[in-house]
Design a protein around this ligand. Structure first.
Ligand code: BGC
Ligand code: NOJ
Length: 866
């Protein structure tokens, strides 16, 4: 069943039914100010850090679902009926409801009793504010006398504290209301120098500018409507144009024991002009309008965040009133519809630019739409958010993950290499001198999180993969020379190159009894906790380490190490050529020698083949007792997906048939119509020595769920083995667009990947959870674009080596690489994957397009495949 459709031309997903199985969300913002918005206008906003700088309040796991957001009410003053054009919170039976989620914007609209209303939400580039642009049209034959109310609930900044520390927080809330603008200034008097604001234009004709008359003159209201009952006089001057009233105290606006679905102010048709003192500050405006038949008008709301210099916080100085000098021009600017149009156009151009780096035309619509729009978009969002804020991630749980962010780079680096560079340097600065890394860091402080700590032994190796991807994409070798500290400690800087060296050394210095890497707290699979043995409720599975960690080993880390060491060999080779007179050329250490990395990779490969092979597939690990994990000898959890994908990606077993055998085993034992499950048989009970993985009921999450992040590794491995049909088949099984038609089973958004689809052991097999913020986004993007379509950046140029389905006659692509547009046409001549290249009409040996001479900006690439 479908709940909407893809509007491919406009690059939008259009939801046509508001009660989707789960909230189907989108993200607003691209740099510092961000928001989540659901298809019924639910969600919240924050500045940079979803935990520490939360602007609006949101109650997760609420009843009803997704209750609280960016609400607008329309009230028919003739009848007293009111509704929300976004369906929530009033949930009236709307006509023509649609929610268009686009790239960085969402438009929600509907018609109710002949009144059409639509709101466009977006964050202008470079600004710390969001625009809600409401357009109302009277489709009736008679004049409509309407009231519009807005509503937003402020968060008292620290989202964790906001949800727990009520004895303090019920006392601290403060606002100012000046010139139709509601300022939320809780804690501004003391240690904060930031505030939020919620502004409203007067009711303006669609084509005209904003009204300049302010109905709420004269600074903050000092009389509270709580004294002396609700205000009955309207502050409006001059007829219907202007803001009629406001509310800032939640419980006055709603009324006692009422919810957002039935606010007292909306019901009676008049704001109370309440001023928040403690309790729960909100922002609500009331605007009245009379619309002639066929007439359209718009109201603009701005929700924003602003900082003042610490010594210019107050105006007049010495007072406690916010200095509004620098915020006012911004507010004025975006209350102007002409400026909004300009900003929206700029947002469109920004996305066209990002997505224009790679556009493809294949025989498969699901491939095209994910590659050209949605998968790339999700990669950007995931890069911005890491795993912090989604409908499933509360924004207070985690900062940026070291391994997560490095992998997110893989799907993002081609779109914004400068931002990728910055992220790499931030990540590397949280690395420890041992080569290990903080597992997470907070984006606002850029410091490692002590509570989670380090010793997730795969972490440092992902930095090598992230940097390799950056170098291949950009050819910017100078980054390797860049001094970067350890643990952010001034004075500890070494060139980034040495960070990579230490990453690899970290593994080599931590080998276990079989010569395989010790697993530490966990490797990629956070839930395979072989050193924890947790038997108390509430203990952290990862950080309550109680084994010495000298026995349990990971075959997955071995595969990752081989891949990273091979990359490092290439990096060292090229770096030696590229960077003359560089700090990284210290001849004293053999470790700087490319051959060292190649030898290390080969040695580890040999260990894997000797101790990491189970007969028909790669083993997963050895536990703290030295027993095998992921072996046919095990009662449950006999085969795991991770080492099959990763070892083959690293080239292990390619020469002797073991790679093929491992992939066959995956196909036979792990593949389902909904994707490839993580392991089989799922654990049916809790195993103290395996940890969190066995805490999940069978078929969910790491316990035999289809953990989508790991599926593309198998797709890539299949292409390396030359199996285009199988690779693309696996790709399609978890492609959200291809699953759109089974929306009632899949349940999550059909335009983005989810972390997990319930596995075959689960009663809800096929049901997705945890959409948006997952490494699945980057890895699927890499699998389809670089390995199946085969358009792959290398250190030396753009490689084109497609491994596509046999039934495809070919495809076309445009890829901008290092500033040059490559127009690629692939034609299938035979069944195989052999590539013959013609570049600008000239045959070229191999499958790497040489870098064109300086000045050339377009290259024609013809590929014959067969
Ligand atoms: C989840 C993992 C996740 C980890 C993060 C676990 O509960 O199952 O997927 O990586 O938490 O700490
Ligand atoms: C989600 C975590 O964010 C990621 O770091 C981890 O690799 C996967 N879960 C698998 O456990």
């Amino acid at each position: 069943m479908r709940y909407g459709y893809f509007d491919d031309e406009r690059r939008e997903y259009v939801i046509t039914q508001p009660d989707t199985p789960l909230p189907w969300i989108n993200y607003l913002g691209s740099e510092a100010y961000f928001g989540l918005i659901s298809n019924t206008a639910g969600g919240y906003s924050f500045y940079r850090d979803a935990r520490l700088r939360r602007i609006t309040r949101y109650r997760y796991n609420n009843v009803p679902f997704d209750y609280g957001g960016r609400y607008i009410y329309v009230r028919d003053n003739a009848t007293g009926e009111f509704w929300s054009p976004s369906w929530q919170p009033t949930r009236r039976p709307l006509e023509g409801y649609s929610c268009r989620h686009g790239l960085g914007y969402t438009i929600i609209g509907s018609t109710y009793q002949g009144i059409e209303a639509q709101t466009r939400y977006f964050v202008p580039l470079g600004e710390n504010l969001e625009i809600w642009q409401l357009t109302v049209t009277n489709r009736r034959r008679e004049v409509a006398d309407l009231s519009i109310f807005s509503a937003v609930e402020f968060c008292l900044w620290d989202a964790q504290d906001d949800a727990t520390n009520f004895q303090r927080n019920f006392n601290t809330g403060e606002v100012e209301i000046v010139d139709d603008v509601i300022y939320h200034k809780t804690e501004y008097r003391e240690r904060r120098n930031h505030f939020a604001y919620f502004a409203c234009s007067s009711f303006s004709p669609l084509e005209g500018g904003p009204s300049t008359t302010s109905p709420l003159k004269g600074g903050p209201s000092t009389t509270s409507p709580l004294e002396g009952g609700p205000s009955t006089t309207s502050p409006l001057e001059g007829g219907q144009r202007g803001v009629t009233g406001f509310d800032t105290q939640r419980d006055v606006f709603l009324g006692p024991y009422r919810g957002w679905d039935n606010p007292a102010a909306v019901e009676r048709g008049q704001s109370f002009n309440s001023v928040a003192h403690g309790w729960a500050p909100i922002g609500s405006h009331h605007v009245k309008v009379t619309l002639q038949p066929g007439e359209t008008r718009q109201v603009i709301f701005l929700l924003g965040y602003h900082e003042n210099p610490r010594d210019h916080k107050f105006d007049p100085p010495g007072s406690q009133t916010i200095n509004k000098t620098t915020v006012k021009p911004t507010i004025a600017r975006y209350l102007d519809p002409a400026q909004i149009e300009v900003a929206f156009g700029a947002l469109r151009t920004y996305w066209d630019g990002l997505l224009g780096i790679l556009q493809v035309e294949t025989p498969d619509v699901h491939t095209d739409r994910m590659v050209n729009v949605w998968n790339a978009y999700q990669c950007v969002v995931t890069f911005n958010m890491s795993r912090s804020a989604s409908f499933f991630e509360s924004g207070i749980g985690r900062g940026l993950g070291f391994r997560d962010s490095n992998q997110d780079l893989l799907g993002f680096v081609h779109m914004a290499p400068a931002r990728a560079r910055e992220r790499i340097l931030d990540l590397a600065a949280t690395q420890l001198e041992s080569g290990g890394a903080y597992h997470q860091y907070q984006p606002l402080t850029r410091r490692g999180n002590n509570d989670v700590g380090s010793n997730f032994n795969d972490d440092p190796l992902w930095l090598v993969l992230g940097v390799a991807a950056y170098l291949k994409e950009t050819g910017d070798w100078s980054i390797l020379d860049r001094p970067v500290p350890y643990d952010n400690r001034p004075g500890s800087e070494t060139p980034l190159y040495e960070h990579l060296q230490r990453s690899l050394r970290y593994t080599l210095e931590r080998l276990g009894p079989h010569g395989l890497p010790l697993i530490g707290r966990a490797d990629w699979n956070d839930c395979l906790n072989l050193n924890c043995f947790s038997d108390e409720p509430g203990q952290s599975f990862q950080t309550t380490t109680n084994k010495d960690g000298q026995v349990a080993e990971s075959v997955f880390i071995a595969g990752l190490f081989v891949l990273a060491a091979k990359e490092m060999e290439q990096i060292s080779k090229s770096a030696n050529q590229q960077i003359s007179n560089s700090a990284i050329r210290n001849p004293q250490s053999a470790i700087r020698n490319p051959q060292f990395y190649l030898d290390a990779a080969r040695q580890m490969e040999a260990v894997v083949l000797e101790h990491g092979w189970d007969g028909e597939w790669f083993l997963r690990a050895y536990d703290d007792f030295g027993h095998k994990v992921g072996s046919h000898e095990c009662e449950e959890g006999k085969i795991f997906i991770e080492p099959q994908g990763f070892c083959v990606m690293a080239g292990i077993g390619l020469g002797d048939g073991r790679a093929e055998q491992a992939l066959e085993s995956v196909n036979r034992l792990l593949a389902t119509p909904h994707g490839i499950v993580l392991q089989q048989p799922a654990y049916s009970r809790y195993y103290l020595h395996l940890g969190e993985i066995s805490s999940y009921p069978p078929g969910y999450k790491e316990n035999g769920g289809i953990f989508c992040h790991s599926n593309p590794w198998v797709m890539i491995a299949e292409t390396i083995a030359g199996h285009g049909d199988r690779a693309h088949d696996y790709y399609t099984r978890i492609n959200p667009s291809a699953r759109e038609a089974i929306g009632e089973i899949h349940r999550c958004e059909p335009y983005v990947y989810a972390q997990m689809i319930a596995g075959r052991d689960a009663p809800t097999h096929g049901e997705a959870k945890n959409s948006w913020l997952t490494g699945t986004a980057a890895w699927n993007y890499v699998a389809i674009t670089q390995w199946i379509l085969g358009i792959r950046p290398t250190f030396d140029g753009l490689q084109v080596a497609p491994v596509i389905p046999a039934s495809w006659s070919g495809f076309q692509a445009t890829r901008v690489f290092r500033g040059v547009a490559y127009h690629i046409t692939v034609n299938r001549a035979g069944k195989g994957n052999a590539v013959s290249l013609t570049v600008d009409g000239q045959p070229v040996e191999g499958n790497v397009v040489p870098l064109p001479s300086p000045g050339q900006t377009e290259v024609e690439v013809q590929v014959t495949l067969g």
